[in-house]
Ligand binder design. Structure first.
Ligand code: KE4
Length: 446
């Protein structure tokens, strides 16, 4: 264990000076940077978007993270979405522990995988068959391969500001003008790969309709975050998702809802349940794995029966349907009911109202956008409808606000273009403390 921090580090419930950013994390980060690119195993964790030093976490419980120096933080990252129940829910920990005593991986089918598939199919009527994988990236990559294999077409459509994982053909940004050939958004992505991905503005139903009118017969799929979390929280405008599904159906393209973040977050049945739509394919992840590496893609039997070994679309995975991840998933699903979502909605509404009230006292150009228990404080005048709106944000002011929140024991996503998440473990007192910290931090970042 690293030496204890020299600085005074206190949790949000102390009445002494707010905690410093702890030196234990700083020392760990210096070591990490020598052996991990950027010191992290996923870029956003490096706090570069807020010009900060990442807090190294030693443990988590309920609504709280504990830094390497044991400073307690009220957590609004929730592992980027999975921790709907809060950290280390006892029933999930017990299920993981029990499963581990029976082995960690078999590479063979198990009853648990069948149970999980049956439970998810019951929650998502659009899913007739599914395949478990180990990450959201695998889920979206595989769903798009199925769409291309089924249609025999190459072109796929995504929306600016949406993120679907790091498969080459999804790390693409809009070329000049709307719906032109994509250009790579990462080194290492061949231009030829990017050119098969067209990018449109989110919520731009007219642009989508025009694309189908001109290129509809060439389109394999349209993939969408039905509520965007990855440019900050941007809800779909009325008719956008409905038109997307209709146009796909009428032109023989595959509609794909990437519900890796929204699945079991905005409703048990995801955003498709809230809007009453049935996309051809759905990707789920994060919450359904209970914090373990598990995601799924699934949908119409006609499509899924194209997947190996039944059909010609190849997809495989050593740890797909891992028994411990499946045990965590089943234990998590056991806790989902309408009362839980009612509690999350009430907490989300209280937090949004409190943040908006605090903002109203500052005159800051900022807005709060929320769907259920996922939300974002945008440092720009709202509404934020698409990436063109989102990129107007004052990211430096967000960074100052983030640092002021962290110093007050509130752990907010370290990037403006991310979603924050509430859990069932956040108490009224946690929300009160958060709103007090936010009001002070807004005043500091004016
Ligand atoms: P993973 O491969 O990271 O499990 O899932 C990719 C993915 C797919 N679809 C959506 C809608 C997603 O939000 C994600 C991953 N989300 C990010 C947070 N914005 C994960 C955090 C990270 O990259 O470290």
């Amino acid at each position: 264990m690293p030496a204890r921090a020299e600085c005074v580090s206190l949790g949000p419930d102390s009445d002494l000076p707010f905690p410093m950013i702890d030196s234990v994390s700083a020392a760990l980060f210096a070591r990490a940077e020598r052996v991990l690119p950027g010191g992290v195993n996923s870029p956003v964790r490096a706090f570069r978007a807020v010009q900060g030093t990442p807090v190294f976490i030693s443990r988590a419980s309920g609504a709280y993270l504990y830094g390497a120096d044991q400073t307690r933080y009220i957590d609004y990252v929730g592992s980027w979405g999975p921790m709907l129940l809060g950290h280390a829910p006892p029933n999930v920990v017990a299920a993981i522990t029990e499963a581990a005593t029976r082995g960690t991986s078999y590479g063979a089918p198990t009853e648990g995988e069948v149970l999980l598939a049956e439970r998810l199919i019951a929650l998502y009527p659009s899913i007739e068959k599914l395949r478990a994988v180990s990450s959201g990236t695998e889920a979206t990559m595989s769903a798009l391969r199925v769409a291309r294999g089924f249609t025999g077409r190459d072109l796929i459509v995504k929306f600016e500001g949406c993120y679907h994982g790091h498969a080459d053909f999804l790390l693409v940004k809009a070329g000049s003008g709307a719906a032109t050939f994509g250009v790579p958004d990462s080194a290492g992505v061949p231009r030829a790969t990017a050119e098969n991905t067209l990018t449109l503005p989110y919520n731009d139903t007219n642009a989508l309709r025009h694309l189908f009118e001109t290129r509809g017969k060439d389109l394999a799929a349209v993939i969408v975050e039905p509520v965007v979390g990855n440019m900050g929280v941007v809800p779909p405008e009325p008719g956008f998702l409905e038109t997307l599904v209709e146009l796909c159906t009428s032109h023989g393209a595959v509609s794909i809802f990437d519900e890796v973040m929204t699945g079991c977050r905005v409703a048990q049945g995801g955003m498709q349940a809230r809007v009453g739509l049935r996309p051809d394919l759905t990707c789920l992840g994060k919450i359904i794995g209970g914090g373990l590496p598990l995601a799924v893609y699934g949908g119409r039997r006609l499509l899924m029966d194209r997947v190996a070994p039944l059909g010609p679309v190849y997809q495989a995975g050593t740890l797909s349907g891992n028994p411990i991840a499946v045990a965590a998933a089943l234990a998590t699903l056991d806790r989902l009911d309408e009362a839980l979502y009612a509690r999350l909605e009430a907490k989300g509404a209280r937090l949004q109202h409190g943040l908006e009230l605090a903002l109203s006292k500052t005159g800051l150009d900022a807005c709060v956008q929320r769907v259920g228990s996922m939300f974002t404080v945008f440092f720009a005048k709202g509404p934020i409808r698409c990436w063109e709106d989102a990129k107007r944000c004052d990211v430096q002011r967000f960074a100052r606000w983030h640092g002021a929140m962290l110093a007050r024991g509130v752990y907010w996503p370290p990037a403006q273009f991310e979603a924050a998440f509430l859990s069932d473990a956040h108490s009224d007192d946690d929300l009160t403390k958060t709103l007090t910290a936010a009001e002070e931090a807004f005043a500091e970042s004016v």
